[in-house]
Write a protein of this length. Sequence first.
Length: 221
Amino acid sequence: MKRFISVLAVSMLLVSCSGKPVARFALSFDIADTNVQQALTLTSMRVVERRVEHLGEELVDKQINTKGSGTTLTLTLKTSEGIKALISELTAPFSMRVMVQTGSGETADISVEGHGSFRETGITEKDLEWVDARKDPVTGKGEVRMDFTADGKEKMKVLFKQVKGKNIGLFVRDRLVSQLHVETDIFPNTILIRDVPSAELAQVFADDMVVGLHVTFTLLP
């Protein structure tokens, strides 16, 4: 499927009047509230700008159109290679998994060098509702709060009773982004990731998670 998307993206590239490559996306949301959709559109734009910068590219122009029945985003980059890479990133599926670190002799589903092995719990992005960030007023570092759906909270309650004293790993797009030690068998309704190096970095992570959870980028002809 990823190869198909890549080939499709090449064939759907446009060229602006300036000769620069252009890509148009339809943004769809899984939340009906129009105010939330507007906020998600702005968050999506921040995510796009950061990804363009990470790719070492230049965002020549951006246009957001919210008229009519949907939201479209038109992006002009400096090079075709850059915009193809951006299309691949924005249209890639989002995934989040909560996994449990395994001990000696236990069956594992994935191993991470320097961090050990982990097994699936069945808790995924479908069980996550929202992610936000803030600056810890005491330490000045960043914090990320992860709120779960009603079903997700029930799953986390069961998990905490099963894995007290063990570590759980948070995997985003198949990469380990955080480990938490479960000190109690009572789930506190949210997961709080503390001591993020900066509030800015925490916000970057929260933006990426929220967009991954609630926004779908569809490439338009």
